[in-house]
Write a new protein. Structure first.
Length: 451
């Protein structure tokens, strides 16, 4: 068995996040995007002493788990979704089992009490970041998502199932506009071109939409014509703001050197429970609004009685969790490294008439050194890669009896739970919340108690 060799095999199971496991001559091979029960053809792409990986070439026969569901015409080509070929019940079962396997592999013995599904499984995303490019080298301009396992090729989307239908309509209108004008996309290797990204955000509760076009300075935008095209496009929602962000960074990320407001306003409001949150172009907010209500309800339940308690909400984002806890707590302190998110959190707290919230901008690793008062409970909701071990040790030194850890990547969670276990904490309760139907991702909520 060597790199480039082609084999056929049966996928015995799918491990988190999307790793199909196949055995050939008693050798374990990992094939991404292969689903348990499928018979597939694959080529060996990487071979090391401890790991063999294959690249999926063809699904020879489907899995019994698969079903025929009318959906996205790009499924299997676009890298945005993985599980659209499964019923939603099967998706939830698979995600729950994958997390349970990770727990067992890490040597823990706590159970997952349940997995809670998203209230809606289609059109649930309130934010989407699209990329300009081409579907094949020197091909026509494309606008959409990256092809599966590709850094360069872009799939032009027409009927994406995880975004609101208005996004699909606007996406096609914007692509047609720039195809007509002959604008070029930004080539990542040559660092040449104009069009980079398109970010759309929508309030699920009001239908208000923000559109942000991200370009380099290597071209000009006819702002009046662009606004006229967008505002005349027929959609069900309402465009409340159109922005143009200039970004000459070499990194392939959405960031702002300068952002210009072309039309309307640069924000809208979203509502969670009975609270209002101001959403700006770059502020963090959960991408599934209705799913976030399910998630935060479980966090509330796990935190339990909060009367007269001081709560630290670390990695607070725009302070959503902090503000939900504030009405029933003595005080909540939120820490977040993104300054814009902290400013938004402060304004949202004022709008929601909360005077017992404090938000601090800075890295948790450094900020906790200046937090002298011992909290009664700590809520952790870190980025996908989990918590810096040095920061986690400082958090442990507060010596609180209980923590609630919200994780969007279970493998990072397992690593952090190992450190917490060594420090004397054990998982008392655990559940999952599916915020991302059709994809491999799942949120985990853990209540930890100090022995």
């Amino acid at each position: 068995m060597k790199k480039g060799d082609i084999f056929e095999g049966n996928v015995v199971k799918t491990e988190f996040p999307n790793k199909g496991i196949i055995y050939i001559d008693d050798k374990k091979i990992i094939v991404k995007n292969a689903l348990e029960g499928q018979t597939v053809r694959f080529s060996i792409s990487k071979k090391r002493k401890d790991k063999i990986e294959g690249r999926l070439l063809e699904v020879i026969s489907p899995s019994n788990l698969e079903c025929s569901i009318p959906g996205c015409s790009h499924f299997g080509i676009c890298g945005g979704c993985t599980y659209q070929n499964l019923s939603y019940e099967a998706q939830l079962d698979l995600k729950k089992r994958q997390v349970e396997e990770l727990i067992a592999k890490a040597g823990f013995d706590f159970t997952v009490e349940n997995i809670y599904g998203s209230p809606i499984t289609k059109g649930y995303r309130n934010k989407m970041e699209f990329t300009f490019g081409d579907e094949e080298k020197d091909g026509p301009l494309a606008l959409g998502m990256h092809k599966q396992n590709s850094f360069y090729d872009i799939v032009s989307l027409k009927d994406c199932q995880i975004v609101d239908p208005d996004f699909n309509v606007l996406l096609q209108a914007i692509l047609s506009y720039f195809q007509f004008t002959g604008a070029t996309f930004y080539h990542k290797m040559r660092h040449e071109g104009f069009l980079r990204h398109l970010v759309m955000r929508r309030s699920v509760k009001t239908g208000d939409i923000l559109i942000n076009l991200i370009t380099t300075t290597q071209g000009t935008l006819d702002e009046e014509s662009f606004v006229e095209m967008l505002t005349s496009t027929k959609i069900d929602g309402k465009i409340v703001g159109i922005l143009h962000t200039l970004n000459d960074s070499l990194a392939d990320v959405v960031q702002s050197d300068e952002t210009r407001l072309l039309y309307g306003q640069d924000y809208f409001y979203e509502y969670l429970f009975d609270m209002r949150f101001k959403i700006s172009p770059f502020s963090f907010f959960q991408t599934n609004t209705l799913g976030a209500e399910v998630l935060y309800e479980k966090v509330r339940e796990y935190v339990g009685e909060t009367k007269d308690k001081l709560i630290y909400d670390l990695y607070t984002g725009t302070g959503t969790i902090a503000q939900m806890m504030a009405p029933v707590a003595k005080k909540v302190v939120g820490v977040e490294i993104v300054e814009e998110a902290v400013e938004a959190a402060k304004k949202n707290a004022v709008d929601n008439k909360l005077n017992n919230c404090e938000f601090i901008a800075g890295d948790v690793l450094k900020v906790v050194d200046n937090l002298k008062e011992k909290p009664d409970i700590i809520i952790l909701d870190p980025p996908r890669d989990g918590i810096n071990p040095k920061a986690l040790n400082k958090i442990i030194n507060f010596g609180v009896n209980e923590m609630v850890y919200v994780s969007c990547k279970p493998t990072s969670l397992m690593r952090d739970l190992e450190i917490l276990k060594e420090a004397g904490y054990e998982v008392k309760k655990c559940c999952l919340v599916d915020m991302f139907p059709g994809t491999v991702h799942v949120e985990t909520v853990c209540l930890l108690s100090r022995k």
